[in-house]
Ligand binder design. Structure first.
Ligand SMILES: [Zn+2]
Length: 352
């Protein structure tokens, strides 16, 4: 099973963890890397789609001055100003995807913003500072205790919880724009030239959407399907009890698209081989579930922390700290929920 990179410039940049150049990735479609500060992912791709005389963006990248400059100067090199952006469709509410939307709206308040209703709700919770931007975890639950984290490591985990963090000023909107397009499964984006359809792919976040241009088999996959890494399943606290089941279902759904599909992910590089990649991701999670079942047999301490410690992690469990520890625990908890196992004490009941 193998995927085929569709751009050596992109795959080499990903390998070397440097910013690739802006490049055309389809008829009237360009990939614009927007840097993510101090992050091993290095960049998020914002995709620009020609829309009549203007342009529509799929995702906008992390917020910040350097990021704004990277995006707008790339658009300028393609002949577009910020006022030419007719709208931004957001795959999901995470900061490396939605971050620049408020800054773009300040300059161009007429553009539309499209995202799935579930992620719109999640974003509004963030915007009201009710939930921490990085983790999406409900402030009402003390994760460290619920997951059985040993006391000497509480601080690492608790510092990431909501209410203890702060929404950065650059992410704050005075209000959402008038023209928010609330996407559902099958919604068509108002793009002139080619039909771009949203498909609801819950999993990484509950409202995650991908966008398909069926005319020429383009899939803007967001974080749902990435070429070399697996998206975290479990940090979306409102959905953690069902996020893995959702994700596996969404992989099957995307796996039904054409085998010829060019996958345009938010991280990594563009590739062909969607069917193999979705199968690999499904297998990966089933292997993880088998590992958890085995671990349950061999330990009496069945807290999330204890189970997670017994699993294989690429850099080793003891090397996981702060956000990475937090993400590993959430990922483990999501798998435990899928298996119907007891997860912590009152931890993260779904809120719909
Ligand atoms: Zn992302």
């Amino acid at each position: 099973m193998a995927i085929e990179a569709l751009s050596s410039r992109q795959s080499e940049a990903w390998r070397d963890r440097v910013l690739p150049a802006v490049e055309a990735v389809g008829d009237g479609v360009w990939a614009i890397p927007v840097p993510i500060p101090d992050n091993p992912l290095v960049y998020t791709y914002s995709y620009a789609i020609a829309d009549g005389a203007g342009v529509v963006l799929i995702d906008a990248g992390w917020d910040g001055e350097d990021q704004y400059r990277a995006l707008t100067s790339a658009l300028e090199s393609l002949g577009f100003g910020v006022s030419d952006i007719s709208g931004v469709a957001v795959t999901h509410y995470h900061r490396d995807h939605i971050g620049l939307v408020p800054a773009l709206l300040r300059v161009n308040p007429d553009m539309w913003v499209a995202m799935h209703g579930e992620d719109l709700t999640a974003f509004e919770r963030f915007y009201s500072k009710a939930v921490d931007m990085g983790t999406g975890v409900d402030p009402a639950v003390d994760i460290a205790r619920a997951y059985g984290v040993p006391e000497e490591r509480w601080a690492e985990v608790q510092s990431l919880q909501a209410g203890r963090g702060r929404t950065p000023a650059s992410l704050q909107l005075d209000r959402l724009p008038e023209n928010v397009l609330v996407l559902d499964d099958g919604s068509v984006l108002p793009v002139d030239g080619g039909t771009v359809t949203a498909l609801w792919t819950p999993g990484h976040t509950y409202g995650h959407s991908v966008f398909v241009r069926a005319d020429d088999d383009l899939l803007f996959s967001g974080d749902h399907v990435l070429p070399t890494i697996t998206p975290n399943i479990g940090l979306d606290s409102a959905a953690i009890t069902h996020s893995l089941g959702d994700y596996l279902g969404s992989l099957e759904k995307i796996g039904a698209l054409s085998a010829e599909t060019s996958v345009l992910p938010a991280h990594g590089f563009r590739f062909r081989g969607l069917h193999d990649r979705t199968r690999e991701l499904i297998d990966h999670h089933h292997e993880r579930l088998a590992e958890i079942r085995a671990r349950m047999e061999e330990t009496d301490d069945r807290s999330v922390y204890s189970i997670a410690r017994g699993l294989h992690w690429s850099r080793g469990f003891d090397e996981l700290h702060h956000f990475n520890l937090f993400a590993a625990l959430a990922e483990t908890a999501a798998h435990m929920h899928y298996l119907g196992l007891e997860v912590g004490t009152g931890a993260l009941a779904a809120r719909g």
